[in-house]
Design a protein around this ligand. Structure first.
Ligand SMILES: O=P(O)(O)OC[C@H]1O[C@](O)(CO)[C@@H](O)[C@@H]1O
Length: 528
């Protein structure tokens, strides 16, 4: 396509939303009118299905749940007065609580005010709060946030060491919808130990966001924690940033949560329009469908040219991959759907993996996230008439052009600046695009059976570990791995047994390995 035709295509397809100051450019995706015509019936159906979803249809058949994250920013859209009131009440409760914490009315027993916030959660109960903290937290927030988002002991130590001197003024927020996920439970217990070691009353520092009636909810109530906040049944983890999950930590950091909700509401209104050219979420979903043949054949590389949006790709990774990565479609056919997502930030990535994007395997499409405003205040000139921001902008344009010249397709999302309003809008945009794409490829975007399988397998390993240790202790003499496996009636699990004892031995857990470490069959295992 020559320059004039490309410029025309750019203008023909440019989406602009005045209220949000938001642009979407899909001109560098190669679809044509023919393709769009073919897809139109599916798209019309997706619009209808999505409207039904927003009206309260059961969209998650195997869990018999509604999917209502859209109602969080527009409670009038909730399908019942009770749900609407619940949303309003939770928001007010968050604001009242946060005000009291900031004013020192809710305070720790041994300090005048809370100074730090330790958020414990994983997946959807961490990625949104982490992304928003990185994007929006003020430089000197009323409470500085820290995250424990894994069961890595060294990772937990790192955070606890960092806040050791301020534990007495740390508010701990445990987030878990199910209230039974092992990683946050482990984090919570480790943090409880750290509080106990300093003679601090953990319960007087702790709050939880969780499903009403969950184990975590029960623990919080029975131990007399400061408060609990509900995570509604109809909000999935990966779409929970604008529920109490994300709003509470954001507000505690001094982020304007009403503006986040307003941005999302405005984007929801824009993406509800059943007309491709006037609906940015549909434009995204259709572009993804086109480029990956409706089978996710191309990876989505997210390139935000703004440091504060660094974690957007990690956030989107869960939203997109946990929603769309499915073995079966809604009719039970094996489809192995999904779109792989990765990314970091520009222009940093240009010095890392953009070389491959331009010249290597063409298995991706890029999404540039452009922010028009460089910084608050004026910029010094680096070269005559040129600022650092001009460089950043130039690098974005240059990379987009270089990719296009090599037949690598791209989308460009442009926002005026990074603020609560635009971040709320970005979250809503991708939530809706994922929903539409899910309907286009006919998968249930609201469950995650694959993750459940991994959790089950992990629980079996821990069960096996208990049995292995008991056996070695009972036998009281060195045993070969094959003997352990046989005695436990677990010959198929010999590799797992080997890895269990190797891990225990590496951590001085009362197990020793003798023999050639490179030849597992030669090893004997005994108590230390
Ligand atoms: O909030 P919870 O119940 O602890 O779950 C955390 C995460 O785990 C998952 O269920 C996957 O295992 C995610 O969908 C969820 O965001």
């Amino acid at each position: 396509m020559d320059a004039a035709a490309l410029w025309q295509r750019y203008q023909d397809w440019l989406y602009y939303h005045e209220g949000l100051g938001f642009y979407l450019d899909v001109s560098r995706m190669g679809f044509d009118d023919n393709f769009l015509q073919t897809l139109q019936p599916k798209l019309d159906k997706a619009f209808k299905d999505l409207a039904a979803l927003e009206n309260g249809a059961i969209a998650n058949p195997d869990e018999n749940r509604m999917v209502g994250h859209y109602w969080l920013r527009d409670p009038d859209k909730a399908p019942s007065l009770e749900l609407k009131q619940g949303i309003i009440d939770t928001l007010e409760k968050i604001e009242t609580f946060v005000h009291k914490v900031h004013e020192g009315e809710i305070r720790p027993p041994k300090a005048p005010k809370f100074t730090d916030l330790l958020s414990i959660g994983i997946g959807g109960s961490a990625l949104g709060p982490e992304f928003v903290a990185e994007a929006l937290a003020p430089d000197f927030p009323p409470l500085a946030i820290h995250f424990i988002d894994n069961t890595d002991p060294a990772g937990i130590d790192r955070i606890l060491t960092k806040i050791r001197d301020r534990l007495a003024s740390t508010l701990v927020l445990v987030i878990s919808k199910s209230g039974g996920t092992p990683e946050p439970r482990n984090g919570m217990i480790e943090v409880q130990n750290a509080f106990a070691a300093q003679g601090l009353d953990f319960a007087k520092h702790a709050i939880a966001t969780t499903g009403v009636g969950s184990n975590l909810d029960k623990t919080a109530h029975s131990q007399g924690w400061i408060d609990t906040f509900p995570m509604e049944d109809w909000v999935g983890g990966r779409t929970s940033e604008l529920s109490a999950v994300g709003l509470l930590p954001a507000a505690l950091q001094g982020i304007d949560i009403r503006a986040m909700l307003a941005g999302a509401k405005e984007m929801d209104a824009a993406t509800r329009i059943p007309d491709l050219k006037n609906n940015p979420a549909a434009l995204l979903a259709v572009s993804w469908y086109y480029v990956g043949n409706g089978k996710g054949e191309k990876d989505m590389v997210i390139l935000p040219y703004k440091d504060s949006l660094l974690l957007f790709s990690r956030y989107l990774q869960q939203l997109v991959m946990e929603s769309l990565g499915k073995e079966k479609d809604l009719d039970g056919n094996i489809v192995h759907q999904g779109i792989a997502v990765y990314g970091n930030k520009g222009s940093t990535d240009q010095h890392a993996y953009v070389q491959q994007l331009r010249e290597g395997v063409a298995n991706f499409f890029a999404t540039f996230i452009e922010v028009l405003k460089d910084r608050e205040g004026s910029s010094p000139e680096i070269d005559p008439g040129i600022t650092s921001g001009d460089y950043l902008s130039g690098f974005l344009q240059g990379t987009r052009k270089a990719l296009y010249e090599n037949k690598r397709q791209s989308i460009t999302v442009t926002i005026p600046q990074v603020n609560p309003y635009t971040v709320g809008a970005l979250i809503a945009l991708y939530e809706r695009a994922v929903s539409i794409y899910g309907f286009l490829v006919n998968v249930n975007a609201y469950h995650q059976p694959g993750v459940e399988a991994g959790k089950k397998a992990a629980a079996e390993i821990l069960d096996l570990q208990t049995k292995v240790v008991q056996l070695i202790q009972q036998e009281g003499k060195p045993m070969y791995l094959s003997q352990i496996a046989e005695k436990l009636g677990a010959t198929e699990d010999i590799e797992a047994i080997y890895k269990i004892v190797r891990h225990l031995a590496a951590n001085d857990r009362g197990i020793t390995l003798h023999g050639n470490l490179g030849k597992p069959n030669s090893l004997t295992v005994s108590t230390t």
